[in-house]
Design a protein around this ligand. Structure first.
Ligand SMILES: CC(C)(COP(=O)(O)OP(=O)(O)OC[C@H]1O[C@@H](n2cnc3c(N)ncnc32)[C@H](O)[C@@H]1OP(=O)(O)O)[C@@H](O)C(=O)NCCC(=O)NCCS
Length: 145
């Protein structure tokens, strides 16, 4: 657990489920092809301690779903509630993720951002991330629909 001012970053607990999904919906992170309940259930089965929530006075104000696959570390569902932005809470979540990945010996942290999401690209650049010259390919293995 880490604290920054009133902010506490801790691992996700099952009781956080609905608040976290509401946060993701508010932040526009829920896609029709991803069932958030299934995404949470899957993450609870794999490195659940790397699924982070940020709280202020018990309210869930942020999240980061982090994973290490033995080669790279990844973050998904990074979100801060709109009324809580620009207080460096997003930065606190990413820094906590970095600490946890480094502690596992993870050499590189990667993430995906939609090209048109320029504000988030600015946020990550500010935190030291740079664009790699790669093409992201994907193949759906299990449909949530
Ligand atoms: C991305 C997000 C998590 C950032 O959270 P945040 O708590 O507001 O970010 P921070 O306060 O930690 O920002 C740290 C720095 O990043 C930069 N930054 C953050 N938001 C920015 C924005 N909208 N535009 C430009 N730069 C930005 C700034 O330099 C900021 O420092 P400053 O406020 O002192 O200038 C938040 O905007 C969010 O939830 N967005 C919607 C969800 C989303 O798209 N997530 C990413 C999925 S890939």
């Amino acid at each position: 657990m880490t604290m920054r001012g009133a902010l506490v970053v801790r691992s996700f607990d099952a009781a956080d489920t609905e608040a976290v999904i509401a946060l993701w919906r508010t932040c526009g992170l829920v896609r029709p092809w991803n069932d958030p309940h299934k995404d949470i259930a899957r993450k609870r089965g794999e490195q659940p301690e790397l699924f982070l929530v940020a709280c202020v006075d018990e309210r869930i104000v942020g999240s980061a779903m982090v994973g290490y696959d033995g080669h790279r570390g990844w973050v998904y569902y990074l979100a801060v509630a709109p009324d809580m932005r620009r207080r460096h809470f997003g930065q606190a979540l990413v820094e906590r993720a970095e600490q946890l990945l480094i502690a596992r010996g993870c050499p590189k942290f990667c993430l995906m951002v939609r090209r048109e999401n320029t504000a988030v690209l600015d946020f990550y650049r500010e935190l030291g991330f740079a664009q790699d010259d790669t093409v992201l390919l994907g193949k759906r293995l299990i449909s949530d629909l």
